[in-house]
Each structure stands twice: as structure tokens, then as C-alpha cells.
Ligand binder design. Structure first.
Ligand code: ADP
Ligand code: MG
Length: 621
């Protein structure tokens, strides 16, 4: 049995012995890459910790850039910054007219009927542009997984025809990827939720992305998905919600849209998107455009949204009818696409399908996650039973988090070598150091597990609680040697580990620790949940104390002030008890009750920031 030892951080383990297989969601607006690591499918972040790669390619003087970097040129260098190239995949020049006026590029004809886009770096085909996006994701995956990729599953819309699918495969080949297969996006989403494990039934996949809406009706029988019907609207998506908000702003400001310059047009669309996304988490948002400013609240926004949502519901009904079913026949609705974060979209779908849609997996990542699961199977990695015991980690490795809880980073029985990173954040406002306590064991509380090492990360920038992003990476090499490193993502501050000698466990000790964890499993889970809720309650209480001290008297009338104090008292009382569910409910109640106070504080903060400046000061920024 391999003994776990602590090594200096920063040592890379030997290349992985499993096949490196990835799933790629090549989206119209955004693209992602995911992989199954340690039995867990998740998307892979870039160096900045971003999982999402905007599907934007910039052909600049200095070279080609992709993603966030390319996005920066969308306004200043629009003609050389290619967005939404997916719409052009597998299309001929004659198809372009049907795509509407969304494509401002200089198209040129080519011998192959394929439209080429003129850029300062020469004419490029949509296949080449897509290949840039795929290459960027492949590089990210290669670096994260520590070696060349064996293969990829790439997702495409269910309605893609042969030439669109072929174009996608060509792009992958150009990017140097070995394509195991293309997978329909809705099927991937259903796989991500494990619906393929769950027998039979009718599944609807509702995908509202940036520029398109897709509805797919799938039937699952004996683990095989059949696409019964697809529908949707290739010119309806999140962008239209942005447009609706922009239109609302122009009307409020009394500005005629036809007087806007191209630049101003892009600007107001971006402001519309910002406002729309803010309304997903807030009841109101301050908006401004070209000297005008105002407030958009949920109600008028929902009214704007409803018209667009109605259109998706009509397509949904049509697809159901095509499939020969009714809304009541649906077993599950899977939500895909960033726009399904909008609470209004979720509630309207729940009303229509008479059941809560599945939203627990990030709607941006769900397709990539499903593709990764498929890729893992196709690579032949799913050999859970015949794993060699010597090649696995005998006991889980993790960290202490608030409340004395064990957060497992690398799970027991994970094949080695392995590298796993997880992000943590600060608990207190202005916290500049963090103690990293490394533990080994299966129990929920660290006091029941074994301490392996302890070190500190200092020099974290002082930010509000939850503001700093600290990535802790565990690496176990082929010999079972453990290295742990911590890095603050915005400043790049890294920790140096203080190595403590570790003593290997005997097989008997491991057996005992495992037995303990099984016999205490239920107890442990309950105390973990209780502790988590107590920490959550403390966090809320601390925030409220600070808010009341700072702004309570200024922003609340007497009655409101007393009511917040009473809420805090009650939360404190419930928190002392041992009923985790009651604490959860109380946290929700108090959060809701103090939402208005929080909103006022935010508005005040913005007003303060603006006071003493004229609007002109901000226009350039
Ligand atoms: P695509 O499939 O076209 O690549 P995505 O699924 O990535 O697109 O969705 C992008 C859309 O999701 C954008 O219109 C974006 O504004 C929207 N979106 C992202 N986050 C939110 C949010 N929190 N609230 C509302 N809309 C959001
Ligand atoms: Mg998408």
C-alpha cells in the first residue's frame, strides 16, 4: 500500500495513465471543455480560473487571439473580430441571406462555395475560425490534464445537418483533435443529469443560449436516446432580451434608435445585457446610457421577457405535437444555456411542464459535462471495478474548512497520479491570510480525521468576505507522494508549504479509519449539515451587524430598523438550536426580509461613487 507523504509543492506528478478524454461544447456564444477526473466530470478552467471561453476570434496585427482577449476588440475592431461563427458552419454563400443582418463581415466567394471572411490576416473559412476556438480549448485541456489528448467528444445541435456536422469534424481535425464522435447537445445535457441511467421516459431539453433557442424532445429507452422532435428559433436568444432592455432604455431616454452610431449601438446592447443578467439576482438595477440614467426593476423586465418566452413556449408545444405527446407526458425538463438562469424563464417553464425543470448543474456547463462523461466511456476509462488497488489513494485527502469540516479534494480510491484543484474563499472581510490544514480520512469532521500538514497563505488582497479566490491544488504522484499548493488567483500570490514529516499508515489503521467512517456515516452527515448551516447563519449575522452599524439609521425608518433587529435576534436563537432545517429556513426568511435593505445600500453605494463627478468623467471608462 502506498504511503502518503508530503512533498514540496509545485512538483508535477507523472503523466496520467488513464486516457485523456475531453468533452467540448462548441457554442455559438461560448465554448467549454470538460473532462472526467477522479470520477468527477467537470469543466476545466483557464489560467485565470475562467471556465467559459467566449466563442470569439480576433485576427489582429500581432496575431490571432481567442476568447476574452479577442472579445476586447469587438467594438474597436469589429470587422476582424469574428463572433457567432457557428451560424456559418457548413453553410454556403447563398445561405447567408437567410441568416439576417447579424453578420457584418466582408464575405468573399471561394471555389468550394464556402463563404470566406476577409480579415487583415487574409480570408478565413468558418471551419478555420472554429478550429481556433477548439485549439484554444485543447491547449487548456492538455495543460490541465498533463499531456496530449487521446480524444474528444464534440457536441452539435440536434438539428445540424450532415454538412454542418462534417464542418465541425473538419474544424476538430484542423485543431489536431481526435474526434471519438459528435454528440447531440440535448443528449449530452440529459447524460449530464444521469438520465441515461434512469430507465425510460420522455425528456424535454430547453436550451436558451445567446442567439438561439432549441427545444428537443427525446425518448429514452433501454439507455438509448432517440430524438423524436426538434424545434426552436435560430434568431431568438439572450441577445433578444438584451435588445428588449435596450429598446426600453431608449424609450425612457427619448432617444430614437436610428440616430445611434454603430459604436453606441454596441454599447447600449452591452448595457442591456448587463442589466438583464443583474436582474437574475437582484430586484432592480441601475442603468445608464450616454448621459441618461434610470432604474429597471423586475416587473417591467418580466413584461418584456414574457413576450420572448411566449415564443419559446409556442415552439415547445409544436415540438411536443410533432413528437405525438402532450406536456403532461414529460418526465423531465433539462435546462441548458445561460439564459435559463433568468428566474422568469424557469417559472414559466415550470408552469407549462407542471414540474420543476432540472437546473442543479450550471446551465453553461451541462452540455460539456455530458460530453465529457461520454468521452470517458468511449476512451475506455470506465473500469471502476478492476481498478488496481495499489494505484489508488487509500483514504480521501482534503482540507479543513470553516466549522471544522473536512472538504475532500481528492477522494478515496482515486487512481494516481492525479492533480485536483479546488477553489476556496475568505470567510471574513479584509482577511489577508489563510491557514491550509491538510487532512486524510473519510469522516465529515476534521477532528475525526488525521492531520497531514499545515501551512499558511499570506498576502491575500484585503477584499470583502468571499471576494478572494484561492485555488488549492493537490497532486499525488505515481509513488503516492502528496504535494499541496495554494494560490490567490487575482494576485498570483503563492504559498510555500511548511513540510512536516509524515508517518505512513499501516493497512490495519487504514482499515480501522474506513470502518469508523462507515459506522458514523449518518451521524457525520447530520452534524456536517448542522455545522454548515450554523456557519451560514453566522455569516449572515455578521454581515447584518456590519450593515446595521454602517447604514441602519440612515437607510431604515424606525419600524424597519426594529424589525431587522428582531429578525437578527430570531436567527441567533434558531442558530443555537440543533435543527439544521430550521436554521436553513430561518436564513432564507431573514435574507428575504432584508433584501430591500441590501438593495438600498447598493444604490447608495453607487450614488456615493458618482457624487462629485459629472457623467462625462465616466464616459470614457
Ligand atoms: P450559446 O449557447 O449561444 O453559446 P450560452 O448558453 O452561453 O449561449 O448563453 C449566453 C446567454 O446567456 C447570453 O445571452 C447571456 O446574457 C445569458 N446569461 C448568462 N448569464 C445570465 C444570467 N445570470 N441571467 C440572465 N442571462 C444570462
Ligand atoms: Mg450553448
Amino acid at each position: 500500500m502506498a504511503l502518503l507523504q508530503i512533498s514540496e509543492p509545485g512538483q508535477t506528478p507523472e503523466p496520467h495513465q488513464r486516457k485523456r478524454a475531453v468533452g467540448i461544447d462548441l457554442g455559438t456564444t461560448n465554448s467549454l471543455v470538460a473532462s472526467v477526473r477522479s470520477g468527477n466530470a467537470d469543466t476545466l478552467p483557464d489560467h485565470q480560473g475562467e471556465h467559459i471561453l467566449p466563442s470569439v476570434v480576433h485576427y489582429g496585427e500581432q496575431g490571432v487571439t481567442v476568447g476574452q482577449q479577442a472579445e476586447q476588440h469587438m467594438i474597436s475592431d469589429a470587422l476582424d473580430t469574428i463572433v457567432s461563427v457557428k451560424r456559418l458552419m457548413g453553410r454556403g454563400l447563398h445561405d447567408l441571406s437567410t441568416l439576417g443582418g447579424v453578420m457584418p463581415y466582408r464575405f468573399v466567394e471561394s471555389e468550394s462555395q464556402m463563404p470566406l471572411i476577409e480579415t487583415r490576416r487574409g480570408a478565413v473559412s468558418p471551419v478555420e475560425v472554429s478550429a481556433e476556438i477548439l485549439r484554444s480549448l485543447a491547449v487548456r485541456a492538455t495543460e490541465t490534464l498533463g499531456g496530449e489528448l487521446d480524444g474528444a467528444v464534440i457536441t452539435v445541435p440536434a438539428y445540424f445537418d450532415e454538412s454542418q456536422r462534417q464542418a465541425t469534424k473538419d474544424a476538430a481535425k484542423l485543431a489536431g483533435l481526435n474526434v471519438y464522435r459528435l454528440l447531440n447537445e440535448p443528449t449530452a445535457a440529459a447524460v449530464a443529469y444521469g438520465l441515461d441511467q434512469g430507465g425510460e421516459g420522455l425528456i424535454a431539453v430547453y436550451d436558451l443560449g445567446g442567439g438561439t433557442f432549441d427545444i428537443s424532445i427525446l425518448r429514452l429507452q433501454k439507455g438509448v436516446f432517440e430524438v423524436l422532435a426538434t424545434g426552436g428559433d435560430t434568431a431568438l436568444g439572450g441577445d433578444d432580451f438584451d435588445k428588449a432592455v435596450a429598446g426600453w432604455m431608449l424609450a425612457q431616454a427619448g432617444v430614437n434608435e436610428s440616430t445611434l452610431t454603430n459604436e453606441q449601438h454596441r454599447q447600449i446592447m452591452l448595457e442591456g445585457r448587463r442589466a438583464k443578467e443583474a436582474l437574475t439576482d437582484h430586484e432592480s438595477v441601475d442603468v445608464s446610457f450616454n448621459g441618461w440614467s434610470g432604474v429597471l426593476t423586475t416587473q417591467p423586465f418580466n413584461a418584456l421577457a414574457d413576450e420572448l418566452i411566449d415564443r419559446t413556449l409556442r415552439a415547445f408545444k409544436r415540438a411536443l405535437r410533432d413528437a405525438g405527446f402532450k406536456a403532461k407526458d414529460i418526465e423531465a425538463v433539462v435546462m441548458v444555456g445561460g439564459s435559463t438562469r433568468m428566474p422568469r424563464v424557469r417559472s414559466r417553464i415550470a408552469d407549462f411542464a407542471k414540474k420543476q425543470p432540472l437546473t442543479s448543474i450550471d446551465p453553461d456547463r451541462v452540455v460539456a459535462v455530458g460530453a465529457a462523461l461520454q468521452a470517458d466511456v468511449l476512451a475506455g476509462n470506465k473500469s471502476g471495478d478492476d481498478m488496481l488497488l495499489l494505484d489508488v489513494i487509500p483514504l480521501s485527502l482534503g482540507l479543513e474548512t470553516m466549522g471544522g469540516l473536512m472538504e475532500k479534494v481528492v477522494h478515496r480510491n482515486t487512481t494516481i497520479p492525479v492533480a485536483r484543484a479546488q477553489e476556496f474563499t475568505t470567510y471574513k472581510d479584509g482577511q489577508t491570510a489563510m491557514a491550509i490544514n491538510v487532512f486524510q480520512g473519510e469522516r465529515e469532521l476534521i477532528k475525526d480525521n488525521r492531520s497531514l500538514a499545515r501551512f499558511e497563505l499570506r498576502g491575500i488582497p484585503a477584499l470583502p468576505a468571499g471576494g478572494a479566490k484561492i485555488r488549492v491544488t493537490f497532486q499525488v504522484d505515481a509513488d503516492g507522494l502528496l504535494g499541496v499548493s495554494a494560490e490567490e488567483m487575482s494576485t498570483g500570490v503563492k504559498s510555500s508549504i511548511q513540510v512536516k514529516p509524515s508517518y505512513g499508515l499501516t493497512d490495519d489503521e487504514i482499515a480501522r479509519m474506513l470502518k469508523d467512517s462507515y459506522s458514523h456515516a449518518v451521524d457525520d452527515r447530520n452534524s456536517r449539515r448542522l455545522l454548515e448551516q450554523q456557519v451560514e447563519a453566522d455569516r449572515l449575522l455578521e454581515a447584518l451587524v456590519a450593515a446595521m452599524q454602517a447604514d441602519g439609521e440612515a437607510l431604515l425608518n424606525e419600524e424597519e430598523y426594529r424589525s431587522v433587529l428582531a429578525d437578527m435576534e430570531q436567527l441567533k436563537a434558531t442558530r443555537q438550536g440543533d435543527d439544521a432545517d430550521a436554521i436553513t429556513r430561518e436564513i432564507e426568511r431573514v435574507s428575504k426580509a432584508t433584501e430591500e435593505f441590501a438593495a438600498r445600500r447598493m444604490n447608495q453605494g453607487i450614488r456615493k461613487a458618482l457624487s462629485g463627478h459629472s457623467i462625462d468623467d465616466f464616459e470614457e471608462s
